[in-house]
Design a protein around this ligand. Structure first.
Ligand code: ADP
Ligand code: MG
Length: 232
């Protein structure tokens, strides 16, 4: 019910692109783990939020425009303390305005840094492919996702077996067991996440496109640190 309310609210504003924060709210409604992302209207607010989340934090551009935040210098990672957050707030807005002078209504969000030492970066998506309807996409993620071009696909609904097969068809699967000194990721958690995405595809016909990139996965579990949803 929360998910539908959120979708109706956005559509009532005649928008189809959800911000990162809105996209994550939708994921969280389907019990997909996300890094909690909060809007800060000032450097002071950013500091107050960061203090409660715990350091280090990331600051990101908050926008409904659908730009890739790193393309417009809109991501600051690993800010260790209040001073870095205060300075980072102004710096982020300045560098985004410089990189994308046309961008309107830009804001800032704060979120905790996810542990990345052993993390594999994955992307999980939903696209519409006529004549099939929604298709679930899985592969290697990160900011170079287009270059890496690792996309395995399957039609929803997914059960655990189909989710497992989808994972194994992607090239990134080779890195999910013990790999370069890192322990194997929690495969059951990844299968569960794919099944929840499948649930979203089945229950929310308004979902036109979804891009969860990256999901960081390691032996402790997994978490979506960025998401972008487009409504039909
Ligand atoms: P973009 O809109 O450019 O895709 P992202 O939010 O995905 O921006 O951030 C870019 C990269 O920064 C991600 O691919 C990931 O490697 C890293 N990153 C972003 N948020 C976090 C976070 N909360 N914890 C750890 N790494 C992060
Ligand atoms: Mg991203």
């Amino acid at each position: 019910a929360g998910a539908r309310l959120l979708i109706d609210t956005v559509l009532a504003q005649r928008r189809h692109l959800l911000s990162e924060m809105e996209s994550k709210a939708l994921l969280a409604a389907f019990r997909i783990p996300v890094t909690g992302t909060l809007q800060a209207r000032s450097a002071h607010e950013a500091m107050m939020i960061a203090a409660q989340l715990g350091y280090p934090v990331a600051l990101k551009l908050d926008s409904h425009s659908g730009v890739h935040k790193s393309d417009v210098d809109g991501v600051l990672l690993n800010l260790p303390d209040a001073l870095a957050v205060r300075d980072g707030f102004e710096r982020l807005l300045r560098q985004v305005q410089q990189a994308a002078p046309g961008l309107r209504d830009i804001g800032v969000t704060v979120q905790p840094m996810a542990a990345t030492r052993h993390a594999r970066e994955l992307h999980i998506g939903l696209i519409h492919e006529p004549p099939f309807g929604p298709v679930i996409v899985f592969g290697a993620g990160g900011t170079m996702v287009e270059l890496i071009d690792d996309c395995a696909m399957e039609l929803p609904p997914l059960n655990r077996f189909l989710a497992r097969q989808l994972i194994e068809r992607a090239r990134v699967a080779a890195t999910l067991g013990p790999w370069r000194g890192a322990p194997a990721i929690q495969m059951e958690a990844l299968e569960a996440l794919l099944m929840r995405v499948s649930e979203m595809a089945c229950e929310l016909p308004q979902l036109r496109e979804m891009d969860i990139n990256p999901v960081l996965a390691d032996d402790q579990g997994l978490v979506a640190v960025d998401a972008r949803i487009v409504l039909a």
